[in-house]
Design a protein around this ligand. Structure first.
Ligand code: AOF
Ligand code: ZN
Length: 369
């Protein structure tokens, strides 16, 4: 490809990425995928994958294009599939429709596909260019790549903190640490993940709803998960009552008896294995994955963040840092004892920072040891 051809391909792939983003938080356990069909430099159809079990992005675009698809180029954020799953293979549909060239963003790591979609297209005489805006396409589905290759959800730890790393004041006051722009972003985040989790301490202290509140009632609620190992939380909490289409899952230790009256509340109970007196997070994540949860947002508190970090189960950390200093013995966002030597501190990489209103949004990835 010449430089100008690559620039043009990237332009169309950006449109496909925008299509794909429409599905974020709605397609699990499937990826968010977008596709654009182009003929003579003009977009003839767009499509995205809207929900698991529904038609794939490529097929949505093909249907919309009709006869116009013949001789057109397809730009898709993920390699077209080659398997008969809930729907027939997209690579065959593309061949039948007479698409001329295919531009692919991410390679599909799903063992059912994994290069076979591209190979099938090439065998059928279609020219395939792979890896167009690969980084952006991979980033859009980072959660799904983790899920499909390891069978456990991708975990994002989120906290709103002061400049000195505190979650709240000495008295536990946290209203509010971050500004309005950060809080709005936190709701956009809930809209895009499959589930949100908090520990019992946070559920008790903050009584959160964990729903998505976006302007004009847009957005959808994630599944709500609360860690309540011994079922000691009061049933009056909003989590257990506040109406949502999304269920609330109460993770508890296997063997703890569920009082009959609690079964009537409409929440679901998840019996988990015990590890050192606590809920075994590996077991919990397996159970969430089995329910099709590919992206889990952990919203605290400090003990829970600590446990996910200690277990090596945090894939990404998102910190909303507010220009405030709480000082003294107020709680840090990560509980537990400090390391003795700085050389032993938990290291993170891939640090990025962006301003959000008066705050900063800091993103980083824990280094795997
Ligand atoms: C999607 N949407 O747009 C594309 C996917 O069970 P199925 O038939 O829906 O197949 C799901 C797999 O298909 C998925 O894991 C991924 O490997 C591949 N591509 N999936 O849900 C799409 N293009
Ligand atoms: Zn497909």
């Amino acid at each position: 490809m010449t430089r100008s051809e690559r620039a043009a391909a990237e332009g169309f792939m950006r449109l496909a990425l925008a299509e794909a983003a429409k599905g974020l938080g709605r397609t699990s356990p499937n990826p968010a995928v977008g596709a654009v069909l182009v003929k003579d430099g003009r977009v003839v159809a767009r499509g995205h994958h809207a929900r698991a079990g529904g038609p794939h992005a490529e097929v949505v675009a093909l249907r919309r294009a009709g006869e116009e698809a013949r001789g057109a180029d397809l730009y898709t954020t993920l390699e077209p599939c080659s398997h008969f799953g809930k729907t027939p293979p997209c690579s065959l549909a593309l061949l039948e429709a007479g698409v001329r060239r295919v531009f692919v963003g991410s390679r599909d790591p799903n063992l059912l596909v994994n290069g076979r979609g591209i190979a099938r297209l090439r065998r059928g005489g279609v020219e395939v260019t792979a890896g167009v805006l690969r980084e952006e396409c991979d980033a859009l589905n980072a959660h799904w790549f983790r899920y499909i290759t390891s069978g456990r959800p991708y975990v994002t730890l989120k906290a709103a903190i002061t400049l000195d790393g505190k979650l709240a004041t000495r008295d536990g006051d946290a209203r509010w640490v971050s500004g309005e722009a950060s809080r709005a972003e936190a709701h956009r985040l809930r809209d895009r993940v499959d589930a949100v989790l908090v520990g019992a301490g946070t559920a008790r202290a903050d009584d959160p709803r964990l729903t998505t509140r976006l302007p004009r009632g847009r957005g959808r609620d994630p599944v709500r998960v609360v860690l309540d190992p011994r079922l000691s939380l009061p049933p009056s909490l909003k989590l257990f009552h506040h109406r949502s289409k999304a269920p609330t899952l109460v993770a508890h230790l296997a063997g703890v008896r569920i009082p009959a009256r609690r079964l009537a509340e409409g929440v679901q109970f998840l019996a988990c294995r015990e590890r050192r007196g606590r809920i075994d997070l590996h077991d919990l994540l397996d159970r969430l994955a089995a329910r099709g949860i590919a992206h889990l947002l952990v919203e605290g508190g400090a003990e829970v963040h600590r446990s996910f970090l200690d277990e090596g189960l945090a894939d990404r950390v998102l910190l909303f840092v507010a220009p405030k200093i709480a000082g003294g013995e107020a709680r840090s966002w990560v509980a537990g004892p400090s390391v003795a030597r700085m050389a032993d501190a938990l290291a993170l990489e891939g640090l990025s920072v962006r301003p959000l209103g008066e705050d900063l949004l800091v993103t980083a990835v824990p280094v795997r040891r």
